[in-house]
Design a protein around this ligand. Structure first.
Ligand code: HEM
Length: 445
């Protein structure tokens, strides 16, 4: 092993090793982090002098950063600064000081009535998907784009109501355009400053302008509307009426919910279908479970707690393919993690992907084995974190689990899935997605 530079106080790769791994880092960053964890242990330091960069991966070290000492680890990182070009100071990217107050104000938008409605939205959206898929049984269908549409439909309905009007569709489109820009920025090694009028920056500017205009008119429509069955936007707007939120803050939260609640759920469903497509036994168990509960009728909130195996399948899929595969923090003041001194200003990287595949905590880690989640009390704290941990844990967790379980149960009740390609390449971006889509053959049950 080469000599480590003076600024390195934890084990980690040399500059030469990083150079030799450049292709792997570009093409398979989660796998690269997994190999770093195997080789160097719970805290890995990268040979970067500024900011000092650590990859923290053992359950206790991850738990320390994200939960126990969460106040000392903020979100002022490139990952969240880039995201905030679209989401502004929404809950996901807001740094600690702003976030605390925002979370209190935004929490009612995830009130149990909204979560109740998620069941109805998920049933309706999955029925639409099943209807589309019914026309295409027997052929290879790209399940990736189908799940993206399904998840967009659900989060859009929860935010704006089931009859998405034209404004709401514009908003969703402008958000996704903004996200495209973020993704292409992340893929370009040189980020042009945002004030330079490059085509990509112009696109970002245009989508942000459209976002601002559309949110403004949606808010105007929502103010004073009948609140007997409020949408998430209605609840945010009532914060506006109490002058708790400004229009810009409502805009940032709405855009955040679309970004945070769309591709993540889609990714979870896509990888679940990928994994079960080559496991007829797992498909059969889901099928038997859902048929025993509801042979034909629509699923309800009551059914959710009975879909135990179906939920275990989704949980295990999110262990192997956690949609949010990378979480970053900046260290605010000097700290120590697993015996390693972390100086203020350091970048701290956590990867649910790597931690979920650590063989010390997950026997036979690469095997798809839903039974691991049949008794969740057996799971070691900090070893499983698809929704993050601690104060900044996902506010949409219940939303996502309901939607994911209901969609998976309904899809498996209607179809059996078979793989059509041998090698599905992982593309890690904002979430993990299959690089070339996921073509599966569907047969009507
Ligand atoms: C399977 C689906 C989902 C996954 C895997 C997921 C994952 C995560 C993770 C890992 C975090 C923490 C990030 C960090 O610590 O830096 C997070 C935060 C967040 N998620 Fe989710 N999420 C999902 C669905 C949703 C949904 C459906 C919504 C909203 C409709 C949502 C809204 C948010 C928001 C607003 C935050 C920021 C919370 C805060 O900092 O207070 N997520 N999510």
């Amino acid at each position: 092993m080469g000599k480590l530079p003076k600024f390195m106080n934890a084990p980690g790769p040399t500059g030469g090793m990083m150079l030799r791994s450049i292709l792997r880092i570009r093409n398979d960053a989660p796998g690269f982090l997994g190999s770093m964890q195997k080789q160097f242990g719970p805290v890995v330091q990268f040979p970067i002098p500024k900011p000092l960069a650590y990859f923290v991966n053992s359950p206790d070290a991850v738990d320390h950063v994200l939960r126990i000492a969460n106040r000392n680890y903020g979100k002022s990182t490139i990952q969240y600064r880039t995201l905030s070009l679209v989401t502004g100071q929404g809950l996901l990217s807001a740094d600690t000081a702003i976030w605390r107050e925002q979370r209190r104000i935004v929490q009612p938008a995830f009130h149990h009535e909204i979560i109740n409605d998620v069941v109805g939205h998920s049933v309706r959206a999955t029925k639409q998907t099943i209807e589309n898929l019914n026309k295409r049984t027997g052929e290879a269908v790209d399940v990736d784009s189908e799940m993206m549409n399904l998840a967009l439909n659900v989060v859009g309905s929860a935010l704006f109501g089931s009859n998405l009007n034209e404004q709401a569709s514009h908003l969703v489109k402008a958000t996704l355009d903004g996200l495209d820009v973020i993704i292409s920025r992340a893929r370009t090694p040189i980020f042009p400053a945002s004030w330079i009028p490059t085509p990509i920056n112009q696109k970002l500017k245009r989508s942000n302008r459209r976002l601002d205009e559309t949110v403004q008119s949606l808010i105007e429509e929502a103010v004073g509307r009948d609140q007997s069955s409020p949408t998430m936007l209605d609840l945010l707007v009532s914060g506006l009426e109490d002058t708790q939120l400004t229009t810009k803050e409502v805009r940032d939260q709405v855009v955040t919910f679309i970004v945070a609640g769309h591709e993540t759920v889609a990714s979870a469903l896509i990888w679940t279908l990928h994994l079960i497509s080559s496991r007829k036994d797992v498909q059969q168990k889901i099928y038997d479970e859902v048929i025993a509960i509801a042979e034909k009728r629509d699923l309800t909130l009551n059914d959710f707690s009975k879909l135990i195996y179906t939920k275990a399948v989704l949980s295990e899929a999110m262990r192997l393919y956690p949609p949010a595969w990378l979480i970053t923090r900046n260290c605010v003041s000097d700290d120590e993690v697993a015996g390693v001194k972390i100086r203020a200003g350091s970048l701290v990287i956590v990867s649910p992907w790597a931690t979920h595949r650590n063989e010390k905590y997950w026997p036979n880690p690469d095997a798809f084995s839903p039974d691991r989640f049949l008794d969740e009390t057996k799971i070691l704290p900090g070893s499983y974190l698809p929704f993050g941990l601690g104060a900044r844990m996902c506010i949409g967790r219940d939303f996502a689990l309901l939607e994911g379980v209901i969609a998976l149960a309904m899809l498996t009740r209607s179809f059996s899935f078979t793989p059509t390609v041998r090698n599905v390449v992982v593309l890690p971006s904002v979430t993990v997605r299959p690089k070339h889509g996921l073509p599966l053959k569907l047969v009507r049950r």
